[in-house]
Design a protein around this ligand. Structure first.
Ligand SMILES: [Zn+2]
Length: 250
């Protein structure tokens, strides 16, 4: 007896994640010769579950645990731009409590850029894959990585496979995906350790300033954790390039 066959239709940017032989076809035929959840079936085609926004089959929305047993056409959609992970969905009933990221070492520069934009972006390069996944779950952070195996781990709930190659493009990708473009707060977070900066009186840090900085700058912020000092001149040109709206502001 031949196995029933699922007709899988991948939409949007999910298709580029498929193997080349599947990528240019409208659908992927998947023989149901074993009992498996739709999550396992989709992941066997190289797409981490974190990338899936909706699954529709037989006119119904399906969750990741759905086990197809009959021939069916299954539409698989990516996360839509402007996705809000703080709201529960059928696929992810447990939302994150806020937009907070955990950034894998393979996109390490993205962590700095997210902090530059004011977002909470933790990174712990010494963690192995299991520890990284565990930290993302326990701290309810969105895991950002270019490693599909990491994002395929079943304990990971919220994450994203970063597609862009260049850090600036990766930042734009993340801001677009999570609808954060208008929510940046440059100059608010420590680039080194991710802590929120605090205003500091110039007189309190005068002894730490170079003569020219002391002469030309008057407003400063300090990281309460690592004590690094920030002022308009430090990193400001790079920030102004990344965030044109910053020009003219402190
Ligand atoms: Zn710091």
């Amino acid at each position: 007896m031949t196995s029933p066959v699922l007709d899988l239709r991948f939409h949007g940017n999910l298709r580029e994640l498929l193997r080349p032989r599947h990528r240019n076809r409208d659908s992927v035929a998947y023989p149901l010769n074993r009992r498996a959840s739709i999550k396992d079936i989709i992941e066997s085609l190289r797409i981490p579950h974190t990338e899936i926004g909706r699954i529709v089959a037989g006119g119904r929305e399906r969750d990741l645990g759905w086990i197809p047993e009959q021939p069916a056409t299954v539409h698989v959609f990516p996360l839509a731009d402007g996705h809000d992970p703080t709201r529960p969905t059928l696929l992810r009933p447990e939302p994150v409590s806020g937009i907070r990221f955990l950034v894998d070492v393979n996109v390490g520069k993205l962590a700095t850029l997210l902090r530059m934009a004011g977002f909470d972006a933790a990174s712990v390069p010494e963690l192995d894959q299991g520890e990284l996944a565990g930290k993302a779950v326990s701290e309810k952070r969105i895991l950002l990585s270019r490693n599909r195996d990491l994002l395929r781990r079943s304990q990971v709930v919220h994450g994203h496979l970063v597609r862009a190659e260049q850090p600036e493009d990766q930042l734009a990708e993340i801001l677009t995906l999570y609808g954060l473009t208008g929510k940046t707060r440059p100059f608010s977070r420590c680039l080194r350790c991710n802590t929120l900066l605090e205003p500091v009186e110039k007189t309190a840090i005068l002894h730490r300033l170079e003569p020219l900085t002391r002469k030309y700058y008057h407003r400063f912020r300090i990281c309460p954790h690592c004590r690094r000092i920030y002022w308009r001149g430090s990193h400001h040109r790079r920030m102004a390039q990344l965030f044109p709206g910053l020009r003219g502001k402190t």
